[in-house]
Design a protein around this ligand. Structure first.
Ligand code: NAD
Length: 380
C-alpha cells in the first residue's frame, strides 16, 4: 500500500506516515529535542497529535519555563511538575515582586530545578534564560486589579509589555509551546450570562482585563506568524495555599489583625466562581496533553459560585471567631474595574476529560484553612 506521507511544515523536514511509519520517524528524532519540537508543532497543525501521546506529546519529560513561577499559581505548577515527574526540568524566572523565595524553598535543592531572579521586561536576559526549554507557562503580571485606579499604566507595563516580551523571547530562542494565564476579565461585565470562549465582542472594564485580552491577541498573532502553538486559559478566581492576594486572603489577614470587625468592599452580593489551585494546575496540564489545536482558548471554572458575604462567613467559621461586625462599604462592586458577577462556561475543557475536584465553597474553605495554617501567608 502506498504510504501517505505528510511533510511537516516549518523547520522540520521529517516525513511522517500517519498510518504506520510515524512511529519509526518518532524513534529517529526522539532524542533530538529541537526536532521533536518541530515535529510536535507540525503534528498539532495537522491535528495528528493524539497519535503521539504515548511518546512525548502529553507534556511529560519536557523542560518547562515558568515566567512568574515564584508566585502563588506558578509555585503550584513547579511543585506538581517536579513531584509527579511530569517535567524533565523546571526553571522559574521571576523578579520576586509578588513572588516569594519560600514559595519554592521545598524543591530548590532538586537538581531538575533552577531559579532565575530577573525581570520579564529584560528581553535579553529572558531570551537567554528561556533557550533550551520546550514549554513556557506565562504567569507574570501585576496581580492587583484595583491598583490601576491610582496607577493607570500598571497593567500595560506589567501585563501587555511582559506578554510581548515572552512571545518575542520564544521567537528568538526557538521555544514553541506556550500556556498562558489569562482571566475572566477579558469578558467585561456580562451580568448573569454564562459565557463561553467564543463570546464576542470582548469589552473589558478594567485595564487588567484589557491587558489579558491584548496578551491573548499577541499570542494568537505569534502563533499565526512565527509558528508558536498556545493554549490560553481564562481562569476564574484561583484560591489555595501561598495565595498572594484575593478576597479570602484579605479577610483572613484583616480578621487576624482585628477579630471584632471586618470591612467588606461593596454590598457583599458579588458572586463569582472560586477554583482551587490544584484544579487549575490539573486543568492546564490536562489541556496541554489533549488539546490538538495550534491556538486554543479555555475557560477554567467550577461551574458554580459563592458571594463575598458567604466568604466572610466562611472565614469567620474557619478562624473559629465569635461573630464579628461586618461593615459593608456599599455599592454593587468592590472597586473600579471589579466585575460583580462572573459566570464562566467550562464545557470546552470538560469535553477534553477534565473536571474540578472542588466546588467554589469547598475550594474557598480549603484555601482559607491552608492560609490560616501558614502564618507566612498572613504576615507576608
Ligand atoms: P502572583 O502575583 O502570585 O504571581 C505573579 C508572579 O509574577 C509573581 O511571582 C511576581 O513576582 C511575578 N512577576 C510579576 N511581574 C514580573 C516581572 N516584570 N518580571 C518577572 N516576574 C514578574 O499571581 P498569581 O495569582 O499566581 O497569578 C499568576 C497569573 O495568573 C497572573 O498572570 C494572573 O493575572 C493570572 N490569573 C490569576 C488569577 C487568580 O485568581 N489568582 C485569576 C486569573 C488569572
Amino acid at each position: 500500500m502506498a504510504a501517505a506521507y505528510w511533510i511537516l511544515p516549518d523547520a522540520c523536514d521529517t516525513r511522517i506516515d500517519p498510518h504506520g511509519e510515524w512511529r519509526e520517524a518518532m524513534d529517529i528524532c526522539k532524542w533530538e529535542r529541537s526536532r521533536c519540537n518541530s515535529v510536535e508543532m507540525g503534528l498539532r497543525r495537522l491535528q495528528l497529535l493524539p497519535m503521539l501521546q504515548d511518546f512525548f506529546c502529553d507534556g511529560r519529560g519536557r523542560r518547562y519555563f515558568l515566567a512568574g513561577g515564584a508566585g502563588f499559581i506558578g509555585s503550584h505548577f513547579a511543585e506538581t511538575l517536579l513531584r509527579d515527574n511530569f517535567a524533565g526540568s523546571v526553571t522559574i524566572y521571576d523578579n520576586l515582586s509578588s513572588g516569594r523565595e519560600w514559595h519554592y524553598a521545598a524543591f530548590q535543592d532538586d537538581e531538575r530545578f533552577r531559579m532565575v531572579h530577573d525581570d520579564v521586561r529584560n528581553l535579553a536576559a529572558l531570551t537567554e534564560a528561556m533557550a533550551g526549554h520546550e514549554v513556557v507557562i506565562h504567569l507574570a503580571s501585576n496581580p492587583d486589579i484595583a491598583r490601576a485606579a491610582i496607577e493607570p499604566e500598571i497593567d500595560f507595563q506589567q501585563g501587555t509589555v511582559l506578554t510581548n516580551n515572552v512571545v518575542e523571547a520564544m521567537r528568538l530562542s526557538g521555544t514553541t509551546r506556550l500556556l498562558y494565564a489569562s482571566g475572566s476579565g477579558v469578558y467585561g461585565d456580562l451580568g448573569d450570562l454564562e459565557v463561553r470562549e467564543d463570546y464576542g465582542p470582548l469589552v473589558p472594564i478594567s485595564t487588567y482585563g484589557a491587558s489579558k485580552l491584548a496578551g491573548e491577541a499577541l499570542i494568537a498573532s505569534y502563533c499565526a506568524m512565527f509558528g508558536l502553538t498556545a493554549c490560553v486559559f481564562r481562569f476564574a478566581n484561583v484560591v489555595g495555599a501561598r495565595q498572594t492576594h484575593g478576597v479570602g486572603f484579605d479577610f483572613v489577614r484583616r480578621l487576624m489583625t482585628d477579630p471584632r470587625q471586618l470591612q467588606i468592599l461593596g454590598d457583599g452580593k458579588q458572586r463569582k466562581s472560586y477554583i482551587h489551585v490544584s484544579d487549575v494546575v490539573r486543568a492546564v496540564l490536562h489541556a496541554e496533553g489533549h488539546c490538538t489545536e495550534p491556538f486554543a482558548v479555555f475557560n477554567v471554572s467550577t461551574g458554580d459560585a459563592i458571594t463575598v458575604a458567604e466568604i466572610a462567613e466562611l472565614a469567620v467559621e474557619c478562624l473559629k471567631l465569635e461573630e464579628p461586625v461586618f461593615q459593608y462599604t456599599g455599592g454593587d462592586r468592590g472597586w473600579k474595574g471589579d466585575v460583580p458577577v462572573v459566570c464562566l462556561n467550562a464545557d470546552k475543557i470538560r469535553s477534553l476529560g477534565w473536571a474540578p475536584h472542588h466546588t467554589s465553597r469547598e475550594a474557598m474553605r480549603s484555601a482559607l484553612r491552608e492560609m490560616i495554617a501558614d502564618e507566612r501567608v498572613c504576615y507576608a
